[in-house]
Every structure is written in structure tokens, then in C-alpha cells.
Ligand binder design. Structure first.
Ligand SMILES: Cc1cc2nc3c(=O)[nH]c(=O)nc-3n(C[C@H](O)[C@H](O)[C@H](O)COP(=O)(O)OP(=O)(O)OC[C@H]3O[C@@H](n4cnc5c(N)ncnc54)[C@H](O)[C@@H]3O)c2cc1C
Ligand code: FES
Length: 255
């Protein structure tokens, strides 16, 4: 696992790419040099009343330029502050954090739901096997065109405005998709559904969990989830999503 750094990064660009969704590139060569798909960074607010850093997944890594891309949705005050940053502004970040995805399999199903879609982009770039990419949205789509470079893309929308009407599993079943490995990131109900589907089909699955985080580095136990095995740190059936995850094999965690 790479060592997490706390640094001041320079914002290269910060663009609105859909309603309330922003794409930010930051320059931080040391972090970019070790970052892996599925890892995240903690972003600090400049407003001192918002002490806790905000965890945001790494969407793309450009080692050559020493830059990382973050794609985020305005959810509250912190992400609203990030959306106002402009090129050449500075932001304190810590990372890369968490374990990231393990690259494996011959035919992969990459599944992203909502704001769980961004980390799947760097994964799609780095996986060299055959890829089917399933993206689930409520209504407005984003990043879908960028995924087309890396595999066949299938979309589901809750309102049926694009692709299959329903959720990602509806899109998988409607399009008769099969794979020997599943990679997924998204809201817990979606991951729960995917865990059940993977077990039913006998497919190995790596799931990236999102949980509210405080420290982001494994110190506060604020982000635990139930695990099958006893954790050496807490001595109970817990795993810290920030430190032991956010990516787990489906059978390791209870959702
Ligand atoms: C591993 C991980 C990766 C993530 N990746 C992305 C991403 O790529 N893009 C994106 O838009 N969002 C992502 N999120 C969710 C993002 O962290 C929250 O939307 C963000 O922290 C909200 O901050 P806020 O100040 O705008 O909202 P507020 O609700 O005002 O936040 C208050 C506090 O709650 C925490 N918090 C609130 N919602 C969440 C949440 N869903 N997950 C974790 N902490 C939360 C904040 O960090 C902050 O400490 C990720 C979360 C995790 C755990
Ligand atoms: S957020 Fe503190 S242990 Fe995970």
C-alpha cells in the first residue's frame, strides 16, 4: 500500500460537467505517481468551520503530468466550496488513501452507480481484459461518453430517459451480460443487490463501499462495516472502510 501524503495541490481546472457534477484536475506529482484505481483522497475545506476532510475517489490518474482527476457531486457545504475553486487555486489534500481495486479476470463487468461511477474510469483504463461497463443514473448522465473508449457501455436510468429503465441489475439482465469478475462502486442498496447477483451467478466481485468518514486514515473507527472475520485492530467483526477498504471482496463484508 502506498504511503499517504498531506500536501497543497494546485487546481489545474474545475469544470461543471452536468447538473451539480464537477470535474477537477489537481497537480500533485507524488500522489499521482503511486495512486491506484479505487483509491481516494481526502480534500480539506479552507473554511475552518468545516474541519473534517471530504473523501473523494480518484477518477483518473495522469502520472506523466503528475495530476489526479476528481469528479464530484455537490452534496453539502464542503463540495459546494470545492465547486468554486478555479485554476491556479490551491487545495490541501491527503492521499492516496485506501486499498484500491486488484486487477484480475479475463472478462470483467464494471458497474458504477451515481457518484460511484468516477472511480470506474481509471479502472476501465488500467484493466486490459474484455470489459462491459454498466452505468446507473437517476436521470442525468455524465462521464458515459468517456467510458466508450474502454469497453461496451450499458446505461440504466431510474426514469427510463436513457438506456434500460431501472437499475444496473436490470441493465445487466436485459442485455444478457456475463463476466468472470465484477467490479462495482455505488450506493449500498446497489452493492447489496450486486453481492446477491454475484453469489447467485458464482462470480467473484470486488465492491467499493462508501461510508461517512471522519479521519479517513483508520484512527477513529467512524467508518466501520460488519465483516466476516474479526478485525485485528478493533477485535470485533468490523472493518474500517477507509483503511481496510474501500474495496472488499463481496464475501468479506456484510451489507
Ligand atoms: C471512499 C469514498 C469515496 C467517495 N468518492 C466520491 C466521489 O468520487 N465523488 C463524490 O461526489 N462523492 C464521493 N464520496 C462522497 C463524498 O465524500 C461526500 O459527498 C462529501 O464528503 C460530502 O461533503 P459535503 O461537505 O459536501 O456534505 P456534508 O453533508 O455537509 O458533509 C458533512 C460531513 O459528512 C461527510 N459526508 C457526507 N456525505 C458523505 C458520504 N456520502 N460519504 C462520506 N462522507 C460523507 C463529509 O465528509 C463531512 O465530514 C465518496 C465517499 C467515500 C467514503
Ligand atoms: S474514518 Fe476514521 S477510521 Fe475510517
Amino acid at each position: 500500500m502506498s504511503v499517504a501524503l498531506k500536501k497543497e495541490a494546485v487546481v489545474c481546472e474545475n469544470l461543471r460537467i452536468a447538473t451539480d457534477i464537477y470535474s477537477m484536475w489537481i497537480k500533485e506529482p507524488e500522489m499521482a505517481s503511486t495512486a491506484k484505481p479505487g483509491q481516494f483522497i481526502s480534500m480539506y475545506c479552507s473554511d475552518g468551520s468545516r474541519l473534517l476532510p471530504r473523501p473523494i475517489s480518484i477518477c483518473e490518474i495522469n502520472k506523466k503530468q503528475g495530476a489526479l482527476r476528481l469528479v464530484y457531486r455537490i452534496a453539502g457545504k464542503g463540495t459546494e466550496e470545492f465547486s468554486m475553486l478555479q485554476a491556479s487555486d490551491r487545495i490541501t489534500v491527503m492521499g492516496p488513501l485506501g486499498n484500491g481495486f486488484t486487477l484480475e479476470g479475463k472478462k470483467a463487468l464494471l458497474i458504477g452507480g451515481g457518484i460511484g461511477i468516477p472511480p470506474m474510469l481509471e479502472l476501465a483504463k488500467q484493466l486490459s481484459c474484455e470489459k462491459q461497463i454498466v452505468l446507473g443514473y437517476r436521470d442525468v448522465t455524465f462521464l458515459d461518453k468517456e467510458f466508450e473508449t474502454y469497453g461496451s457501455v450499458y446505461i440504466s436510468t431510474e426514469d427510463g430517459s436513457k438506456g434500460t429503465k431501472g437499475n444496473v441489475l436490470d441493465a445487466i439482465r436485459t442485455n444478457g451480460l456475463h463476466a468472470d469478475i465484477i467490479y462495482a462502486c455505488g450506493p449500498t442498496p446497489m452493492l447489496k443487490g450486486i453481492k446477491g447477483y454475484a453469489a447467485e451467478q458464482g462470480i467473484k466481485a470486488q465492491l467499493s463501499l462508501e461510508e461517512r468518514m471522519a479521519c479517513g486514515i483508520g484512527a477513529c473507527l467512524g467508518c466501520v462495516c460488519k465483516s466476516k472475520e474479526v478485525d485485528h485492530h478493533s477485535n470485533v467483526n468490523n472493518k474500517r472502510i477507509c483503511k481496510d477498504g474501500p474495496v472488499f471482496y463481496a464475501e468479506e463484508v456484510e451489507l
